[in-house]
Design a protein around this ligand. Sequence first.
Ligand SMILES: NC(=O)c1ccc[n+]([C@@H]2O[C@H](COP(=O)([O-])OP(=O)(O)OC[C@H]3O[C@@H](n4cnc5c(N)ncnc54)[C@H](OP(=O)(O)O)[C@@H]3O)[C@@H](O)[C@H]2O)c1
Length: 144
Amino acid sequence: MRRKIFITGGGGMLASQLEHFYRENQNEVFAPRHAELDILDDGTLRQALHSFNPDWIFHTAALHVDACEENPELAFRLNAQASANLAQMCSERNATLIYISSCGYFGDEIKYYAESDPVVLKTTYARSKFEGEGTKRILFTSVI
Ligand SMILES: NC(=O)c1ccc[n+]([C@@H]2O[C@H](COP(=O)([O-])OP(=O)(O)OC[C@H]3O[C@@H](n4cnc5c(N)ncnc54)[C@H](OP(=O)(O)O)[C@@H]3O)[C@@H](O)[C@H]2O)c1
């Protein structure tokens, strides 16, 4: 089935792989770069969703670990608040949102984790990502 796939944070590491994979498989993909679509701008994001009318939204835009420690305010605005806003917009459109989780929720021991493991939030990155995921339990998350 051909789907319309919207990817936030286009040009990023995961977004580039997703864009390639879904295009190769005959889907229609819209993956704007940060410079083309800033997801902190609610109005522009809402308009982009409305214009493209996606079936699935992969939400890969995020502030990485070091940048979160350097700018905690932006970390929570992007990783938490903008994610919650996007979840709300997807829910209103009845579109499927795929949020990318993190093994950083479980502390810093290097081992395999299960989603049921106890959460130990040691970094600003982990706290802000977890808050973004937790404000609305989105359709599914995956630990990578
Ligand atoms: N990489 C990992 O090991 C790993 C592990 C677990 C989970 N994750 C999660 O997987 C997802 C993708 O990670 P990744 O490694 O592919 O990250 P990445 O390469 O840093 O890509 C993130 C993209 O988001 C963009 N971005 C930042 N702020 C934005 C904004 N306000 N509006 C729109 N785009 C914005 C960045 O653009 P600029 O660089 O131009 O700002 C960048 O292109 C993230 O949710 C991350 O938390 C990653």
